[in-house]
Write a protein that binds this ligand. Structure first.
Ligand code: ADP
Ligand code: MG
Length: 697
């Protein structure tokens, strides 16, 4: 790297420092207030901000601006307009108004709307999110925006997220007031998303239709070596990978993204990047940029970055550990256990609220990470299971147990405050014990939601976390605001909540068979597939939750559920068609050619020496011909299953058919093909193998 990191860091971001430097004092104050309180911005202020932004962006080489948004396609969208405005036949000036900054009109008709489009107009609009910084990239000023239909229904991932951030702030502040906090004006949730990914050589990638169309291998026998030696995890970086990571860091740093940690992951050719956490809406935007840049920069190095949850069967998949916490505008992390018993009471109450939220809305947690790619991880005996549970660590477990049993906590140190229960102990946070199998783990001063998939937008998981916890806060505040004796009420509330929801706490091995049984005994949900999960999305309790907090309306929820089902079927359909194509046009012909060679060899041998031993050729011919015939039959069966599924018009029934009949047909075809791969000459096999893909970089 030629320049100093401190010089390049954030140089392409219209961040707080730039705002302070470039905006008149009053305007700066007004804008930061807007950001801090989440309120809408004044039109006159917007004009001044727009002008300053434009001048700054032009200095950074921008000629265009774009409203950057997150439609429900899972990727971001942008449409660029130049700043130029004609002022004569051959003269232009560069202009950008407050109106253009705040609001953009866009044709919404080509984005998924889940039925909203049918009912309403096709036009949509984008609205500036001033709390996420604008930035310059590729000659354009990028303005992070929310995307709504013309009638104001959310068509994107960001709008509900911003609403959920308001909800948790509003309800959380009610609780803080009860604890005597009169200063805090806003709570924000913070997120640090650790991003896992695979890297593959571009030349190999280009030879794999499945990787190109679906992001994962649909065929592939295991390589002789997998991850069993555990020699890849934290191992030395290969030089090509290291060069890629260096470029990636530099690009992310210019965008003000705190890319902090990089290392090899468990599987061969798997890696991880962790940024330093940020306010949730900003963290979501940054994660989208991280994913975009991973792909872009990999290409510059003749590599391809695979963000799919399960590019290769049989080795670890990729997830995104979503570290989440709540903090006050004064910078205090509410998930930091306090030093005094009173602070601990507040901490325990917030903990209780989160435990209750996760237990009450296990289904929403599961839905927020449900899509076909992630089904290969969750419940497939790796990563976290599909059952949602919480890991707290031994000390918190003991404290909760003592509160439920009304017993004095053994580990008690100093200063005990009587809250109507025997003790609210002081304790130090316990960060030593980490359970890697838990879907939702407390790690000292934050929760780590580990079910999130590597390719997904993290907006929805965080929308669910914020909203469900806001609901616990709301219920708690309702009770405590009306209590005669606050301390007694807090004690009772803690005991009642822990007693009612301790079933969701589990510290054992989440991958084990016993846990499946135990979870069932506890009455926990086990939504194995995405389709199972989507079905619960619009249950009355969920509609009530989202509408109570103004996060999503019934129509918005219904539209999203439709998009979930539809998207699921589309992905499975593409995978099925890709398999059919590869098997029919590449694999079966390749195996036939090889069979031809084997037959010719045997015939040639026998023509010279009629009694020669041809048992190998015979055996190969028999086994491989049978498998090839089986694969051929499987193709027909898959075609039939796919055709039957895609002809179903009801979105839910179609997704069910994809899940229950197309996927099993895909699995059957894969099984036959993978077995053929192990006995076909590598010279004839029509594509790079798992060894090539994972080890030749
Ligand atoms: P690991 O979980 O791999 O041990 P760390 O504990 O260092 O790694 O942190 C993982 C991620 O959690 C980082 O992205 C970090 O910025 C983030 N993180 C740390 N504190 C918070 C917080 N208060 N809120 C949200 N994320 C946080
Ligand atoms: Mg982690």
């Amino acid at each position: 790297m030629t320049k100093k990191v401190s010089e390049i860091f954030g140089c392409m971001v219209f961040n707080d420092d730039v705002m302070r430097e470039r905006l008149p004092k009053e305007v700066y104050k007004s804008l930061t207030k807007t950001i801090a309180t989440g309120k809408t911005i004044d039109a006159s202020v917007a004009d001044v901000v727009a002008n300053a932004m434009k001048d700054w962006a032009i200095e950074k080489g921008a000629t265009h601006y774009t409203h950057w948004f997150q439609p429900l396609t899972g990727v971001t969208a942008e449409k660029h307009d130049s700043f130029i405005s004609p002022v004569g036949p051959c003269k232009v000036v560069m202009e950008f108004s407050g109106k253009e900054l705040i609001k953009g009109e866009s044709d919404a008709s080509s984005f998924p709307s889940g039925g909203l489009r049918a009912t309403f107009e096709a036009r949509g609009y984008t609205a500036w999110d001033p709390a996420s910084y604008a930035f310059v990239k590729d000659g354009s000023l990028y303005i992070p925006t929310a995307f709504c239909s013309y009638t104001g229904d959310a068509l994107d991932a960001k709008t509900p997220l911003l609403r959920s951030m308001d909800a948790i702030s509003t309800q959380g502040i009610r609780l803080l007031r009860l604890f005597g906090d009169t200063k805090t004006k806003r709570l924000t949730t913070t997120v640090g998303a650790e991003q896992e990914y695979f890297i593959v050589d571009k030349k190999m990638y280009d030879l794999r239709e499945d990787l190109q169309f679906t992001g994962r291998t649909l065929f592939g026998a295991p390589a002789p070596k997998g991850q069993e030696l555990e020699d890849h995890y934290f191992g030395p970086l290969k030089s090509r990978i290291s060069a890629f990571m260096t470029d990636l860091d530099e690009a992310l740093w210019t965008l003000g993204i705190n890319s902090k940690t990089k290392h090899n992951e468990a599987a061969p050719a798997q890696h991880e990047l962790a940024p330093i956490y940020a306010t949730t809406n900003m963290a979501v935007d940054q994660n989208l940029l991280i994913m975009e840049y991973m792909k872009k920069i990999a290409e510059k190095h003749d590599l391809v970055c695979l963000l799919h949850e399960k590019p290769y069967a049989g080795v670890n998949g990729s997830g995104k550990h979503n570290n989440w916490s709540i903090s006050t505008d004064g910078g205090k992390n509410l998930l930091d256990a306090g030093k005094t018993p009173a602070e601990n009471a507040k901490f325990l109450l917030i903990l209780a609220a989160i435990i209750k939220a996760v237990d009450d809305y296990q289904d929403l947690m599961r839905i927020s990470v449900a899509y076909p790619g992630n089904d290969h991880r969750l419940g497939a005996n790796e990563a976290p299971p599909a059952i949602v549970s919480i890991f707290l660590g031994e000390e918190l477990d003991q404290i909760i147990k003592s509160i439920i049993d009304e017993k004095t906590y053994e580990g008690v140190r100093a200063g005990i405050m009587d809250l109507g229960i025997p003790t609210i102990p002081t304790f130090r946070k316990d960060t030593t014990d980490r359970n890697r199998t838990s879907p939702f783990a407390f790690t000292g001063n934050k929760f780590e939601f580990r079910m999130v998939g590597s390719s997904q937008n993290i907006a929805m998981p965080n929308t669910v976390l914020n909203t469900t916890v806001a609901e616990s806060f709301r219920q708690f505040a309702d009770i405590l605001e009306n209590a005669d004796d606050f301390d007694v009420a807090v004690g009772k509330l803690l005991r009642d909540t822990f007693a009612a929801h301790s079933r969701i706490i589990f510290d054992g091995n989440g991958y084990s068979e016993e846990w499946q049984k135990e979870a069932e005994r506890r009455g926990l949900l086990n939504l194995r597939t995405s389709v199972d999960a989507y079905k619960c999305f619009n249950d009355d309790k969920n509609v009530k939750l989202f509408t109570t907090h103004g996060v999503m309306s019934r129509v918005e929820l219904e539209s999203r559920q439709e998009i979930y089902f539809e998207n699921y079927s589309k992905i499975i359909n593409i995978e099925a068609l890709t398999m059919i194509d590869m098997a029919s046009r590449d694999i079966i012909p390749a195996v036939n050619s090889y069979l031809g060679e084997v037959a010719n060899t045997a015939a040639a041998k026998m023509s010279v020496l009629p009694t020669v031993n041809c048992s190998v050729e015979r055996d190969i011919l028999t086994r491989l011909s049978e498998l090839n015939a089986k694969a051929y039959r499987c193709i027909d069966e898959l075609k039939a299953a796919d055709k039957a599924a895609t002809s179903i018009s009801d979105v839910k029934a179609r997704a069910e058919a994809c899940c229950n009949s197309v996927i099993p047909a895909m699995n059957a075809l894969r099984e036959a093909v993978d077995e053929m791969e192990t006995i076909t000459s590598s010279e004839y096999w029509p594509m790079p193998t798992y060894s090539d893909l994972m080890f030749k970089i």
